[in-house]
Design a protein. Structure first.
Length: 534
Protein backbone atom coordinates (compact mmCIF):
# COMPACT_ATOMS: atom_id res chain seq x y z
CA UNK A 1 0.00 0.00 0.00
CA UNK A 2 1.44 3.39 -0.99
CA UNK A 3 2.27 5.80 1.79
CA UNK A 4 -0.20 8.68 1.93
CA UNK A 5 1.37 11.96 0.88
CA UNK A 6 1.63 14.61 3.58
CA UNK A 7 1.14 18.29 2.82
CA UNK A 8 2.87 21.04 4.83
CA UNK A 9 -0.13 23.07 5.99
CA UNK A 10 1.30 26.04 7.92
CA UNK A 11 4.72 24.36 8.27
CA UNK A 12 7.54 26.83 7.67
CA UNK A 13 10.54 24.68 8.63
CA UNK A 14 12.36 23.38 5.57
CA UNK A 15 14.15 20.78 7.69
CA UNK A 16 10.87 19.44 9.11
CA UNK A 17 9.26 19.27 5.67
CA UNK A 18 12.14 17.23 4.29
CA UNK A 19 12.95 14.96 7.27
CA UNK A 20 9.33 14.19 8.16
CA UNK A 21 8.27 13.36 4.61
CA UNK A 22 6.12 16.31 3.62
CA UNK A 23 5.68 17.29 -0.02
CA UNK A 24 8.10 20.03 -1.10
CA UNK A 25 7.71 21.71 -4.48
CA UNK A 26 11.30 22.35 -5.54
CA UNK A 27 12.09 26.08 -5.56
CA UNK A 28 15.85 25.59 -5.44
CA UNK A 29 16.45 26.43 -9.14
CA UNK A 30 15.42 30.01 -8.26
CA UNK A 31 17.24 29.86 -4.92
CA UNK A 32 20.41 28.87 -6.78
CA UNK A 33 19.95 31.74 -9.24
CA UNK A 34 19.64 34.23 -6.37
CA UNK A 35 22.57 33.07 -4.29
CA UNK A 36 24.97 32.81 -7.24
CA UNK A 37 24.11 36.30 -8.43
CA UNK A 38 24.97 37.41 -4.91
CA UNK A 39 22.86 40.55 -4.64
CA UNK A 40 20.90 41.69 -1.57
CA UNK A 41 17.20 41.10 -2.27
CA UNK A 42 13.77 42.27 -1.24
CA UNK A 43 10.61 40.24 -1.96
CA UNK A 44 7.03 41.32 -1.34
CA UNK A 45 4.33 38.64 -1.19
CA UNK A 46 1.02 38.30 0.69
CA UNK A 47 0.76 36.48 4.00
CA UNK A 48 0.75 32.68 3.89
CA UNK A 49 2.51 32.56 0.54
CA UNK A 50 5.67 30.74 1.59
CA UNK A 51 8.03 33.63 2.39
CA UNK A 52 9.08 32.12 5.73
CA UNK A 53 9.69 28.72 4.14
CA UNK A 54 11.83 30.40 1.48
CA UNK A 55 13.94 32.07 4.17
CA UNK A 56 14.31 28.76 5.99
CA UNK A 57 15.42 27.14 2.75
CA UNK A 58 18.02 29.87 2.23
CA UNK A 59 19.22 29.42 5.81
CA UNK A 60 19.68 25.67 5.23
CA UNK A 61 21.70 26.37 2.06
CA UNK A 62 24.03 28.85 3.75
CA UNK A 63 24.40 26.64 6.83
CA UNK A 64 25.81 23.97 4.50
CA UNK A 65 22.98 21.45 5.08
CA UNK A 66 23.49 19.56 1.84
CA UNK A 67 21.99 16.43 3.44
CA UNK A 68 18.55 18.07 3.39
CA UNK A 69 18.73 18.60 -0.37
CA UNK A 70 19.98 15.14 -1.39
CA UNK A 71 17.68 12.18 -2.01
CA UNK A 72 16.99 10.12 1.13
CA UNK A 73 14.37 7.97 2.85
CA UNK A 74 12.74 9.27 6.04
CA UNK A 75 12.29 7.21 9.20
CA UNK A 76 8.68 6.58 8.07
CA UNK A 77 9.88 5.13 4.80
CA UNK A 78 8.96 8.12 2.65
CA UNK A 79 11.34 8.72 -0.25
CA UNK A 80 12.32 12.35 -0.61
CA UNK A 81 13.72 13.24 -4.05
CA UNK A 82 16.97 15.03 -4.72
CA UNK A 83 16.48 18.77 -5.18
CA UNK A 84 17.97 20.78 -8.02
CA UNK A 85 20.56 22.66 -6.00
CA UNK A 86 22.20 19.41 -4.88
CA UNK A 87 23.13 18.74 -8.53
CA UNK A 88 24.95 22.07 -8.94
CA UNK A 89 28.47 23.24 -8.15
CA UNK A 90 27.38 25.04 -4.97
CA UNK A 91 30.22 24.71 -2.41
CA UNK A 92 28.06 24.15 0.72
CA UNK A 93 30.22 26.23 3.01
CA UNK A 94 28.80 26.97 6.45
CA UNK A 95 28.17 30.70 6.93
CA UNK A 96 26.88 32.45 10.06
CA UNK A 97 23.17 33.18 9.51
CA UNK A 98 21.41 35.99 11.40
CA UNK A 99 17.63 35.56 11.17
CA UNK A 100 15.22 38.33 12.26
CA UNK A 101 11.62 37.12 12.32
CA UNK A 102 8.85 39.71 12.76
CA UNK A 103 5.98 37.54 11.50
CA UNK A 104 4.41 36.96 14.93
CA UNK A 105 0.79 38.10 14.91
CA UNK A 106 0.86 39.28 18.53
CA UNK A 107 3.45 42.02 17.92
CA UNK A 108 1.27 44.98 18.88
CA UNK A 109 3.27 47.43 21.00
CA UNK A 110 6.60 49.20 20.65
CA UNK A 111 7.67 47.55 23.90
CA UNK A 112 7.06 44.13 22.37
CA UNK A 113 9.01 45.12 19.27
CA UNK A 114 11.93 46.37 21.38
CA UNK A 115 11.89 43.15 23.38
CA UNK A 116 11.92 40.99 20.24
CA UNK A 117 14.81 42.93 18.71
CA UNK A 118 16.78 42.86 21.97
CA UNK A 119 16.20 39.13 22.53
CA UNK A 120 17.22 38.26 18.97
CA UNK A 121 20.41 40.31 19.20
CA UNK A 122 21.20 38.92 22.67
CA UNK A 123 20.95 35.30 21.53
CA UNK A 124 23.33 35.91 18.64
CA UNK A 125 25.68 37.97 20.82
CA UNK A 126 25.90 35.04 23.24
CA UNK A 127 26.45 32.61 20.35
CA UNK A 128 29.34 34.65 18.96
CA UNK A 129 31.00 35.53 22.26
CA UNK A 130 29.90 39.11 22.78
CA UNK A 131 29.18 40.35 26.29
CA UNK A 132 25.85 42.16 26.81
CA UNK A 133 26.32 45.89 26.37
CA UNK A 134 24.11 48.94 26.84
CA UNK A 135 24.40 50.52 23.42
CA UNK A 136 22.26 51.43 20.42
CA UNK A 137 21.02 48.55 18.26
CA UNK A 138 22.88 49.82 15.20
CA UNK A 139 26.18 49.50 17.06
CA UNK A 140 25.17 46.08 18.38
CA UNK A 141 24.38 44.97 14.83
CA UNK A 142 27.79 46.09 13.54
CA UNK A 143 29.59 44.39 16.42
CA UNK A 144 27.59 41.19 15.88
CA UNK A 145 28.40 41.02 12.16
CA UNK A 146 32.11 41.48 12.85
CA UNK A 147 32.12 38.92 15.66
CA UNK A 148 30.29 36.30 13.60
CA UNK A 149 32.69 36.74 10.68
CA UNK A 150 35.72 36.70 12.98
CA UNK A 151 34.65 33.53 14.76
CA UNK A 152 33.66 31.53 11.65
CA UNK A 153 36.05 32.96 9.10
CA UNK A 154 33.19 33.46 6.66
CA UNK A 155 30.95 36.34 5.67
CA UNK A 156 27.57 36.76 7.31
CA UNK A 157 24.06 36.06 5.94
CA UNK A 158 21.17 38.27 7.12
CA UNK A 159 17.58 37.12 6.64
CA UNK A 160 14.65 39.35 7.63
CA UNK A 161 11.11 37.95 7.66
CA UNK A 162 8.03 40.22 7.38
CA UNK A 163 9.75 43.39 8.57
CA UNK A 164 6.54 45.39 8.07
CA UNK A 165 4.15 43.27 10.16
CA UNK A 166 3.88 45.75 13.01
CA UNK A 167 3.99 48.77 10.71
CA UNK A 168 0.94 47.55 8.82
CA UNK A 169 -0.92 47.00 12.08
CA UNK A 170 -0.12 50.49 13.32
CA UNK A 171 -1.64 52.45 10.43
CA UNK A 172 -3.72 55.23 11.91
CA UNK A 173 -1.55 55.39 15.03
CA UNK A 174 0.92 58.03 13.91
CA UNK A 175 3.23 57.85 16.93
CA UNK A 176 3.44 54.04 16.96
CA UNK A 177 3.94 53.98 13.20
CA UNK A 178 6.78 56.49 13.42
CA UNK A 179 8.41 54.68 16.35
CA UNK A 180 8.29 51.30 14.57
CA UNK A 181 9.88 52.71 11.44
CA UNK A 182 12.63 54.31 13.51
CA UNK A 183 13.40 50.98 15.21
CA UNK A 184 13.90 49.27 11.86
CA UNK A 185 15.97 52.12 10.45
CA UNK A 186 18.32 51.81 13.43
CA UNK A 187 18.52 48.03 13.25
CA UNK A 188 19.09 47.57 9.53
CA UNK A 189 20.71 50.87 8.62
CA UNK A 190 24.25 49.46 9.15
CA UNK A 191 23.79 46.71 6.53
CA UNK A 192 24.87 48.99 3.70
CA UNK A 193 28.11 50.12 5.36
CA UNK A 194 28.89 46.51 6.34
CA UNK A 195 28.47 45.18 2.81
CA UNK A 196 32.06 43.85 2.68
CA UNK A 197 31.29 41.59 5.63
CA UNK A 198 28.02 40.20 4.25
CA UNK A 199 27.61 37.16 2.01
CA UNK A 200 23.88 37.54 1.36
CA UNK A 201 20.93 39.70 2.49
CA UNK A 202 17.28 38.84 1.95
CA UNK A 203 14.30 40.83 3.26
CA UNK A 204 10.63 39.88 2.95
CA UNK A 205 7.45 41.77 3.70
CA UNK A 206 4.05 42.66 2.37
CA UNK A 207 4.58 46.34 1.59
CA UNK A 208 7.14 47.63 -0.87
CA UNK A 209 10.16 48.79 1.08
CA UNK A 210 11.19 51.71 -1.11
CA UNK A 211 8.34 53.91 0.05
CA UNK A 212 8.44 53.03 3.74
CA UNK A 213 11.60 55.00 4.55
CA UNK A 214 13.00 52.06 6.51
CA UNK A 215 15.64 50.94 4.05
CA UNK A 216 16.52 54.36 2.69
CA UNK A 217 20.10 53.75 3.80
CA UNK A 218 20.03 50.28 2.25
CA UNK A 219 19.22 51.38 -1.27
CA UNK A 220 21.21 48.58 -2.90
CA UNK A 221 18.44 46.05 -2.19
CA UNK A 222 17.28 44.44 -5.43
CA UNK A 223 13.48 44.40 -5.41
CA UNK A 224 12.39 41.20 -7.18
CA UNK A 225 8.71 41.46 -6.17
CA UNK A 226 7.57 42.00 -9.79
CA UNK A 227 10.61 40.53 -11.53
CA UNK A 228 9.50 38.07 -14.24
CA UNK A 229 12.35 35.70 -13.37
CA UNK A 230 11.07 35.28 -9.80
CA UNK A 231 7.29 35.29 -10.25
CA UNK A 232 7.07 31.67 -9.06
CA UNK A 233 9.58 31.89 -6.18
CA UNK A 234 6.69 31.64 -3.67
CA UNK A 235 3.38 29.88 -4.16
CA UNK A 236 2.51 27.05 -6.54
CA UNK A 237 2.57 27.69 -10.27
CA UNK A 238 -0.03 26.13 -12.53
CA UNK A 239 2.69 24.06 -14.16
CA UNK A 240 3.82 22.74 -10.76
CA UNK A 241 0.23 21.89 -9.85
CA UNK A 242 -0.33 20.04 -13.11
CA UNK A 243 2.90 18.01 -12.83
CA UNK A 244 4.41 17.63 -9.35
CA UNK A 245 1.04 17.77 -7.58
CA UNK A 246 -0.96 15.75 -10.14
CA UNK A 247 -1.24 12.74 -7.74
CA UNK A 248 -2.90 15.00 -5.17
CA UNK A 249 -5.46 16.19 -7.72
CA UNK A 250 -6.27 12.62 -8.75
CA UNK A 251 -6.64 11.48 -5.15
CA UNK A 252 -8.90 14.41 -4.31
CA UNK A 253 -10.94 13.91 -7.49
CA UNK A 254 -11.61 10.29 -6.56
CA UNK A 255 -12.76 11.34 -3.10
CA UNK A 256 -15.07 14.02 -4.52
CA UNK A 257 -16.46 11.80 -7.29
CA UNK A 258 -15.08 14.08 -10.01
CA UNK A 259 -12.77 13.64 -12.96
CA UNK A 260 -9.21 14.96 -12.64
CA UNK A 261 -10.02 17.76 -15.06
CA UNK A 262 -13.11 18.76 -13.06
CA UNK A 263 -11.09 18.75 -9.83
CA UNK A 264 -8.36 20.83 -11.45
CA UNK A 265 -10.96 23.37 -12.61
CA UNK A 266 -12.44 23.59 -9.10
CA UNK A 267 -9.01 24.19 -7.53
CA UNK A 268 -8.22 26.78 -10.19
CA UNK A 269 -11.45 28.69 -9.57
CA UNK A 270 -10.83 28.80 -5.82
CA UNK A 271 -7.06 29.25 -5.44
CA UNK A 272 -5.54 30.41 -8.73
CA UNK A 273 -5.52 33.91 -10.18
CA UNK A 274 -2.46 35.45 -8.56
CA UNK A 275 0.00 37.21 -10.86
CA UNK A 276 3.09 38.94 -9.54
CA UNK A 277 4.54 40.40 -12.69
CA UNK A 278 4.03 41.42 -16.29
CA UNK A 279 4.46 37.88 -17.63
CA UNK A 280 1.22 36.88 -15.86
CA UNK A 281 2.47 33.52 -14.56
CA UNK A 282 -0.50 31.76 -12.92
CA UNK A 283 0.19 31.26 -9.21
CA UNK A 284 -1.91 29.40 -6.64
CA UNK A 285 -2.18 30.16 -2.96
CA UNK A 286 -0.05 27.40 -1.35
CA UNK A 287 -1.68 27.55 2.09
CA UNK A 288 -5.19 26.99 0.77
CA UNK A 289 -4.08 24.47 -1.85
CA UNK A 290 -2.24 22.26 0.66
CA UNK A 291 -5.07 22.62 3.17
CA UNK A 292 -7.51 21.41 0.51
CA UNK A 293 -5.28 18.44 -0.36
CA UNK A 294 -4.82 17.59 3.31
CA UNK A 295 -8.52 17.79 4.21
CA UNK A 296 -9.86 16.53 0.90
CA UNK A 297 -12.27 19.45 0.74
CA UNK A 298 -12.25 22.70 -1.23
CA UNK A 299 -12.83 25.46 1.32
CA UNK A 300 -12.00 29.05 2.21
CA UNK A 301 -8.81 28.71 4.23
CA UNK A 302 -6.48 31.62 3.44
CA UNK A 303 -8.81 34.53 4.11
CA UNK A 304 -9.71 33.40 7.62
CA UNK A 305 -6.00 33.00 8.42
CA UNK A 306 -4.86 36.30 6.86
CA UNK A 307 -6.33 38.69 9.47
CA UNK A 308 -9.33 40.19 7.63
CA UNK A 309 -10.00 42.28 10.75
CA UNK A 310 -6.67 44.02 10.25
CA UNK A 311 -7.60 44.62 6.62
CA UNK A 312 -10.81 46.38 7.59
CA UNK A 313 -8.90 48.41 10.16
CA UNK A 314 -6.48 49.56 7.47
CA UNK A 315 -9.26 50.38 5.05
CA UNK A 316 -11.04 52.42 7.71
CA UNK A 317 -8.23 54.99 7.43
CA UNK A 318 -8.74 55.37 3.70
CA UNK A 319 -11.47 56.74 1.42
CA UNK A 320 -14.57 54.49 1.26
CA UNK A 321 -14.46 51.63 -1.23
CA UNK A 322 -16.80 49.04 -2.63
CA UNK A 323 -16.28 45.93 -4.71
CA UNK A 324 -17.59 47.52 -7.89
CA UNK A 325 -14.86 50.18 -7.66
CA UNK A 326 -11.87 47.87 -7.25
CA UNK A 327 -12.62 44.73 -9.26
CA UNK A 328 -11.32 45.46 -12.77
CA UNK A 329 -9.66 48.74 -11.77
CA UNK A 330 -6.97 49.98 -14.15
CA UNK A 331 -3.90 51.68 -12.73
CA UNK A 332 -0.47 52.84 -13.84
CA UNK A 333 2.76 51.23 -12.68
CA UNK A 334 3.32 54.19 -10.35
CA UNK A 335 0.37 53.00 -8.20
CA UNK A 336 2.54 50.16 -6.89
CA UNK A 337 5.06 52.63 -5.52
CA UNK A 338 2.63 54.50 -3.30
CA UNK A 339 3.27 54.16 0.43
CA UNK A 340 0.75 52.46 2.69
CA UNK A 341 0.63 55.40 5.04
CA UNK A 342 -0.56 57.92 2.44
CA UNK A 343 -4.18 56.90 3.11
CA UNK A 344 -5.07 58.19 -0.37
CA UNK A 345 -5.84 54.90 -2.10
CA UNK A 346 -6.64 51.36 -0.97
CA UNK A 347 -5.01 49.83 -4.06
CA UNK A 348 -1.45 49.38 -2.68
CA UNK A 349 -2.84 47.84 0.51
CA UNK A 350 -5.17 45.48 -1.32
CA UNK A 351 -2.65 44.43 -3.97
CA UNK A 352 0.30 43.85 -1.67
CA UNK A 353 -1.87 42.11 0.93
CA UNK A 354 -3.13 39.63 -1.66
CA UNK A 355 -6.76 40.76 -1.88
CA UNK A 356 -6.19 42.16 -5.37
CA UNK A 357 -3.88 40.86 -8.05
CA UNK A 358 -2.82 41.70 -11.59
CA UNK A 359 -5.48 40.49 -14.01
CA UNK A 360 -4.05 42.02 -17.17
CA UNK A 361 -1.11 44.13 -18.34
CA UNK A 362 -1.06 46.55 -21.28
CA UNK A 363 2.58 46.84 -22.32
CA UNK A 364 1.91 49.73 -24.68
CA UNK A 365 0.31 51.84 -21.93
CA UNK A 366 2.37 50.31 -19.10
CA UNK A 367 -0.92 49.90 -17.22
CA UNK A 368 -2.22 47.10 -15.03
CA UNK A 369 -5.78 45.91 -14.53
CA UNK A 370 -6.36 44.75 -10.97
CA UNK A 371 -9.04 42.42 -9.70
CA UNK A 372 -9.95 39.95 -6.99
CA UNK A 373 -7.86 36.85 -7.72
CA UNK A 374 -10.23 33.94 -7.12
CA UNK A 375 -13.46 32.66 -5.60
CA UNK A 376 -11.97 32.21 -2.12
CA UNK A 377 -10.74 35.79 -1.84
CA UNK A 378 -13.77 37.23 -3.62
CA UNK A 379 -16.20 35.65 -1.17
CA UNK A 380 -14.02 36.29 1.88
CA UNK A 381 -13.43 39.93 1.02
CA UNK A 382 -17.11 40.52 0.32
CA UNK A 383 -18.04 38.81 3.58
CA UNK A 384 -15.52 41.02 5.39
CA UNK A 385 -17.07 44.15 3.90
CA UNK A 386 -20.55 42.81 4.72
CA UNK A 387 -19.55 42.38 8.36
CA UNK A 388 -18.16 45.90 8.31
CA UNK A 389 -21.43 47.21 6.86
CA UNK A 390 -23.48 45.21 9.37
CA UNK A 391 -21.37 46.62 12.19
CA UNK A 392 -21.91 50.19 10.98
CA UNK A 393 -25.62 49.50 10.65
CA UNK A 394 -25.65 47.97 14.13
CA UNK A 395 -27.28 44.82 12.73
CA UNK A 396 -27.57 42.00 15.22
CA UNK A 397 -26.83 38.34 14.49
CA UNK A 398 -30.50 37.57 13.89
CA UNK A 399 -30.84 40.23 11.19
CA UNK A 400 -27.73 39.00 9.40
CA UNK A 401 -28.88 35.38 9.63
CA UNK A 402 -32.35 36.21 8.29
CA UNK A 403 -30.88 37.76 5.16
CA UNK A 404 -28.47 34.88 4.60
CA UNK A 405 -31.24 32.30 5.05
CA UNK A 406 -33.40 34.16 2.55
CA UNK A 407 -30.60 33.95 -0.02
CA UNK A 408 -30.11 30.23 0.61
CA UNK A 409 -33.84 29.60 0.07
CA UNK A 410 -33.67 31.62 -3.15
CA UNK A 411 -30.74 29.51 -4.30
CA UNK A 412 -32.52 26.26 -3.41
CA UNK A 413 -36.08 27.03 -4.52
CA UNK A 414 -35.37 29.45 -7.40
CA UNK A 415 -38.07 31.81 -6.09
CA UNK A 416 -37.02 35.47 -6.12
CA UNK A 417 -39.82 37.23 -4.22
CA UNK A 418 -38.94 36.20 -0.62
CA UNK A 419 -35.35 37.29 -1.17
CA UNK A 420 -36.41 40.72 -2.48
CA UNK A 421 -38.62 41.11 0.58
CA UNK A 422 -35.62 40.30 2.80
CA UNK A 423 -33.57 42.91 0.92
CA UNK A 424 -36.28 45.50 1.58
CA UNK A 425 -35.97 44.78 5.31
CA UNK A 426 -32.21 45.17 5.04
CA UNK A 427 -32.28 48.47 3.15
CA UNK A 428 -34.85 49.82 5.59
CA UNK A 429 -32.25 49.40 8.34
CA UNK A 430 -29.61 51.55 6.58
CA UNK A 431 -29.26 54.76 8.62
CA UNK A 432 -29.86 58.00 6.77
CA UNK A 433 -26.28 59.23 7.20
CA UNK A 434 -24.90 56.06 5.55
CA UNK A 435 -27.17 56.38 2.53
CA UNK A 436 -25.28 58.05 -0.33
CA UNK A 437 -28.59 58.65 -2.12
CA UNK A 438 -27.59 57.45 -5.58
CA UNK A 439 -28.00 54.38 -7.74
CA UNK A 440 -24.38 53.31 -7.37
CA UNK A 441 -24.74 53.13 -3.58
CA UNK A 442 -27.54 50.54 -3.83
CA UNK A 443 -25.84 48.77 -6.72
CA UNK A 444 -22.64 48.37 -4.68
CA UNK A 445 -24.46 47.26 -1.53
CA UNK A 446 -26.49 44.64 -3.39
CA UNK A 447 -23.39 43.36 -5.18
CA UNK A 448 -21.43 43.12 -1.91
CA UNK A 449 -24.25 41.26 -0.17
CA UNK A 450 -24.60 38.71 -2.95
CA UNK A 451 -20.83 38.20 -3.13
CA UNK A 452 -20.69 37.70 0.64
CA UNK A 453 -23.29 34.96 0.34
CA UNK A 454 -21.11 33.15 -2.19
CA UNK A 455 -23.16 34.02 -5.25
CA UNK A 456 -21.74 33.81 -8.77
CA UNK A 457 -22.46 37.45 -9.51
CA UNK A 458 -21.26 39.70 -12.34
CA UNK A 459 -21.40 43.48 -12.22
CA UNK A 460 -21.46 45.84 -15.19
CA UNK A 461 -21.53 42.79 -17.46
CA UNK A 462 -20.72 44.05 -21.00
CA UNK A 463 -22.93 43.36 -24.01
CA UNK A 464 -22.90 44.71 -27.56
CA UNK A 465 -25.14 47.65 -26.57
CA UNK A 466 -24.17 48.40 -22.99
CA UNK A 467 -23.54 46.96 -19.55
CA UNK A 468 -26.03 45.11 -17.39
CA UNK A 469 -26.04 46.26 -13.75
CA UNK A 470 -25.98 42.77 -12.25
CA UNK A 471 -26.13 39.23 -13.60
CA UNK A 472 -26.75 36.52 -11.01
CA UNK A 473 -25.88 32.96 -12.08
CA UNK A 474 -27.85 30.53 -9.90
CA UNK A 475 -27.96 26.70 -10.07
CA UNK A 476 -31.46 26.73 -11.57
CA UNK A 477 -31.51 30.00 -13.48
CA UNK A 478 -29.84 33.18 -14.70
CA UNK A 479 -31.12 36.54 -13.41
CA UNK A 480 -30.31 39.66 -15.42
CA UNK A 481 -30.94 42.68 -13.17
CA UNK A 482 -31.24 46.38 -13.90
CA UNK A 483 -31.56 48.98 -11.13
CA UNK A 484 -33.36 52.30 -11.47
CA UNK A 485 -33.00 55.13 -8.96
CA UNK A 486 -36.18 57.23 -8.78
CA UNK A 487 -37.41 55.38 -11.84
CA UNK A 488 -39.75 52.45 -12.35
CA UNK A 489 -39.27 48.71 -12.55
CA UNK A 490 -40.90 48.77 -15.96
CA UNK A 491 -38.27 51.25 -17.21
CA UNK A 492 -35.58 48.90 -15.98
CA UNK A 493 -37.12 45.95 -17.84
CA UNK A 494 -37.43 48.03 -20.99
CA UNK A 495 -33.71 48.87 -20.80
CA UNK A 496 -32.82 45.19 -20.47
CA UNK A 497 -34.82 44.49 -23.64
CA UNK A 498 -33.58 47.55 -25.54
CA UNK A 499 -29.92 46.83 -24.77
CA UNK A 500 -30.22 43.09 -25.23
CA UNK A 501 -28.63 42.33 -21.84
CA UNK A 502 -30.23 38.87 -21.62
CA UNK A 503 -29.39 37.75 -25.15
CA UNK A 504 -25.86 36.55 -24.35
CA UNK A 505 -27.33 33.95 -21.97
CA UNK A 506 -29.86 32.49 -24.43
CA UNK A 507 -27.70 29.40 -24.96
CA UNK A 508 -26.75 28.98 -21.28
CA UNK A 509 -29.19 26.11 -20.79
CA UNK A 510 -30.75 27.59 -17.66
CA UNK A 511 -33.94 29.66 -17.69
CA UNK A 512 -33.18 33.39 -17.98
CA UNK A 513 -35.19 35.87 -15.93
CA UNK A 514 -35.10 39.64 -16.46
CA UNK A 515 -35.52 41.63 -13.25
CA UNK A 516 -36.21 45.36 -12.94
CA UNK A 517 -35.69 46.90 -9.50
CA UNK A 518 -36.67 50.46 -8.57
CA UNK A 519 -35.12 52.35 -5.64
CA UNK A 520 -36.68 55.51 -4.24
CA UNK A 521 -34.61 58.39 -2.87
CA UNK A 522 -37.54 59.33 -0.65
CA UNK A 523 -38.16 55.86 0.77
CA UNK A 524 -34.46 54.91 0.57
CA UNK A 525 -35.48 51.39 -0.34
CA UNK A 526 -36.76 49.09 -3.06
CA UNK A 527 -40.23 50.41 -3.84
CA UNK A 528 -41.13 48.05 -6.66
CA UNK A 529 -39.72 45.24 -8.74
CA UNK A 530 -40.88 43.23 -11.72
CA UNK A 531 -39.59 40.16 -13.50
CA UNK A 532 -40.29 38.27 -16.69
CA UNK A 533 -38.75 35.33 -18.45
CA UNK A 534 -36.53 35.98 -21.44
Amino acid sequence: MATKRKYPVGIQSFEKIRTEGYVYVDKTPLVYKMITEGMPYFLSRPRRFGKSLLLNTLAAVFEGRRDLFEAFTTEDGIEQPQLFIATTDWRWEKHPVLRFDFSAGDLETIEQLDSLINNTLSLYEEQYGLAPADMEVNVRMINLIHAAERQTGRKVVVLVDEYDNMILHSLGDVEKHKAARQRFQNLFGPLKSEDNHLKFVFVTGISKFSQMGIFSKLNQLNNISMDAAYESICGISEEELATELRPAIEQMAERQGLTSDEMFAELKANYDGYHFGKDMTDMYNPFSLFKAFSSGEVGSYWFSSATPGALIDMLSHMPPIDLTDIDGRECDSSEFDKPFDSYQSPLPVLYQSGYLTIKDYDRELDAFTLGLPNREVRKGFADCLYQYIAHKLDMDDRERSDLQRAYRRFRRDDVLEPFVQALQVFFASVPYHLDNRNEHHYHALLYTLLMAFGADIRTEEPTAKGRADLVLLMPKGVYVMELKYDGTAEEALEQIDRKGYAEKYALDGRPVTKVGIAFSSKERNITEWKSKTA
